[in-house]
Design a protein around this ligand. Structure first.
Ligand SMILES: [Zn+2]
Length: 422
């Protein structure tokens, strides 16, 4: 990344770059709304100010000036149009102490700012929401999808119905629609490549359909990348320069954030961590190859093992239940918990050795296992990766439900708009 794109870092050295990686294509200029009015487009500083607010929360003009490396007058000139545009507001300051001078009023996103529509599309259900720029879910709807075998129009009708219900609750026209897809996507075309269990959607140009139907900017991305974007804008990745997201559950996936950029392969490929090989000549995977990480670290594997050793309710086992069984000393549970932790750790250790993100935000099933499981995975990862000064590996829990993916789907639009605006 060019150093001139990067904001001055603060004492924590954590400020990310001023530009997000773009979603390379599939843009329709006439339906796109800019986060910032056209009169304000063109200033990198405005994008920097917005990113500072996302990274550090409510921030005073003086602090923004320090972070952006400009003087107070310049900052006032940058933020005043955004206040006039109802994008930012001054919020009440908390005085540092009772004897102090007049406290500076921090700036933050206005409740009047336009929201973003985030959508999570899974093989059997669609979940849509409105997200404020503060990362608060304002409204949401969820609908079960008809059979993934098709016809595709029936599925798409339900997706549109769900989004329509959500948009009807918006007090202002949203900035756009971001969709996190539980399957492979072509981010250039805004189309679905393949969704397991919903083959009717394969190849479907969903972004274009949503743009035409709602006359609004719309884009798609792979579910784990949406999780990462959600963490970056609204969650535990705020202000962090490098981190990775790993999703576990029925499938495994991941995404990477490097020096202020979300990494995407060509047309949105990559992140299919479940099909990286961890065991040559291992078990046959659903993809037809042998020894994929999916074959030893998904819920499917966990339930098969639980069944073999006779754990109760094995077919419905998840990390929360396994931790509970282990805590109650149910025979075999403790050992299976450790084996699951080790098998999840193998894939994380491989990622760490390859691209060295030291912070991993975990999402999905393992989060339900709480500190007990996350710490067990971390211990295995640290045993598998040679230690290195300054390279302490940290695993933290993200979210086990839909919220992070919904926020991330909305964050996709935010990343795209900021790229456009700056
Ligand atoms: Zn596979």
């Amino acid at each position: 990344m060019n150093s001139d794109r990067r904001m001055k870092s603060d004492s924590r050295g954590m400020l990310s770059g001023a530009q997000e990686a773009s979603i390379p294509g599939g843009r329709v200029a006439k339906t796109r709304q800019s986060l910032i009015s056209s009169s304000m487009v063109g200033s990198t500083n405005r994008g920097r100010v917005l990113q500072s607010l996302f990274d550090f929360g409510p921030t005073s003009r003086a602090e923004l000036a320090r972070l952006a490396g400009v003087n107070r007058a310049t900052i006032s000139g940058i933020v005043q149009p955004m206040i006039d545009d109802a994008l930012l507001v001054e919020i009440d300051a908390i005085p540092a102490n009772s004897g102090g001078g007049k406290p500076a009023k921090p700036l933050w996103f206005s409740p009047e700012a336009k929201p973003i529509c985030g959508v999570l599309l899974m093989p059997n259900a669609v979940h849509s929401c409105l997200v404020s720029l503060e990362g608060i879910i304002l409204a949401e709807d969820r609908m079960v999808l008809p059979s993934g075998a098709g016809p595709v129009d029936k599925i798409v009708d339900v997706i549109i119905e769900c989004v329509t219900r959500t948009l009807a609750k918006a007090e202002r026209p949203p900035l756009g629609i971001g969709v996190a897809v539980g399957g492979m996507v072509d981010t250039d075309r805004g189309s679905i490549v393949a969704v397991n269990l919903a083959p009717a959607l394969d190849g479907y140009p969903l972004a274009e359909k949503l743009r035409q139907h709602f006359t609004m900017h719309a884009l798609l991305d792979h579910h784990p990348r949406a999780l990462l974007v959600g963490d970056r804008w609204f969650g535990k990745g705020r202000g962090v320069r490098q981190f990775a997201v790993v999703y576990t559950g029925e499938v495994l996936g991941g995404a990477f954030y490097f020096d202020g950029h979300l990494y995407r392969g060509a047309a949105g490929a990559g992140g299919e961590l479940g099909h990286t090989f961890v065991q040559l000549d291992g078990e046959v995977c659903l993809c037809g190859r042998r020894g994929c990480w999916d074959t030893i670290a998904t819920l499917g594997w966990l339930r098969r093992q639980a069944s073999k050793i006779g754990l109760p309710d094995a077919a419905m086992l998840d990390s929360a239940k396994l931790v509970d069984l282990a805590a109650r000393d149910v025979d075999g549970a403790e050992r299976l918990l450790d084996l699951y932790a080790r098998n999840v750790a193998v894939g994380i250790a491989n990622l760490q050795q390859t691209v060295a993100p030291n912070l991993f935000v975990l999402h999905g099933d393992v989060v339900r296992g709480g500190d007990r499981l996350i710490e067990a995975i971390g211990d295995h990862v640290r045993r598998m990766v040679p230690s290195r000064p300054g390279g302490e590996i940290e695993l933290i829990a993200g979210d086990s439900g839909d919220q992070a993916a919904l926020l991330g789907a909305a964050g996709l639009v935010l990343s795209d708009l900021l790229q456009f605006a700056v």
